[in-house]
Design a protein around this ligand. Sequence first.
Ligand code: ACO
Length: 355
Amino acid sequence: MTECMRTKIAGIGHYVPEKVVSNHDLTQYMDTSDEWIRERTGIESRRYAEKHRETTASMGAKAARIALERAGITAEEVDFIIFATLSPDYYFPGCGVLLQRELGVTNKEAGALDIRNQCSGFVYGISIADQFIKSGMYKNILLVGSEMHSMGLDFSDEGRAVTVIFGDGAGAVVLQPTEQEGQGVLTTCLHSDGTHAEELAMINPGSHSGYHLGTEKFGYPDVDVPGGTFVTQTMVDNNLLAPNMTGQLVFKTAVVKFPEVIQEALHKTGLQVSDIDLLIPHQANLRISQFVQKSLRLPDEKVFNNIQKYGNTTAASIPIALSEAWEAGLVKEGNLICLAAFGSGFTWGSALIRW
Ligand code: ACO
């Protein structure tokens, strides 16, 4: 390993589907209102992918092509793919290999890794890529965060508290080694606590058999099916194939963990909150971002939010926001960029990057 080798973001891109779904549009499916959604989440609209034509991997590929072009490399030169999503095209294999095929990454040495860290997937991906690059193992890593939530939400009144929050989209970065003084990923901090794993989760389909909770709440597999099955009639009949969220617990925990993990990264690098040029928090909920901003005493121009337009796009939210901020000229050479995420698991993390 070269002593001063760091990891830089060499190219970035994003893609959001064309279809805009306003809060008002959702009122035709469920009992909700523009006022309720804006007040609680700050969201005004979200994008939904075009069914049968777009997938999580295909949206990821669109974002990736832009990131590759901006990095000045071809798909052939990618030597490792990391794909973060909670809404994959298939239960398995993961989206990493689908992206590889779609982009035509024919380099047989290239590996593909899928990560299932939901909202913190992109920050975890940065950290993984950083270790591979610093060790000298890879030189061109393509990291993608993509979600097609619209296929997995419950559009009845029962699912409204979750459904109104989420949207579709993808973001991608190309990571490369840099020896430029001071540039690159300065540190990453990763954390997890599975105590509340089921409080923000999509339990089914799955192999859990219900035993972990001692309750039928999430649906037992049908007992008379030899060997069991991931999807059961009970799950279908009881509308148990959608995500669930204990919103207030998520909110309360997120507003503590976000500032904590940002301060941790600053402490590790000997920097201060005032050194941050731009904070890009995972776009969970505008109220959470505002809480974090207030507790860190950051001015408005140092926090980037776009959840108003796109809703919460989970693993895609940070790269979409970073890409938009970069396109708007808000991410300049030498800037200190802080990425931070919290979500299902719970898992959370931060990354400090000198651009
Ligand atoms: N439209 C209208 N009414 C609704 C909706 C909706 N979409 N959803 C729930 N309600 C109703 C509830 O049924 C309830 O009605 P009731 O009082 O008659 O029982 C009422 O609104 C209040 O419900 P609460 O769940 O108590 O609402 P709360 O004020 O907690 O807001 C929310 C819910 C927005 C989810 C909030 O808890 C929150 O922001 N939590 C953070 C969760 C979050 O941001 N998750 C993002 C994904 S996770 C991540 O990325 C980290």
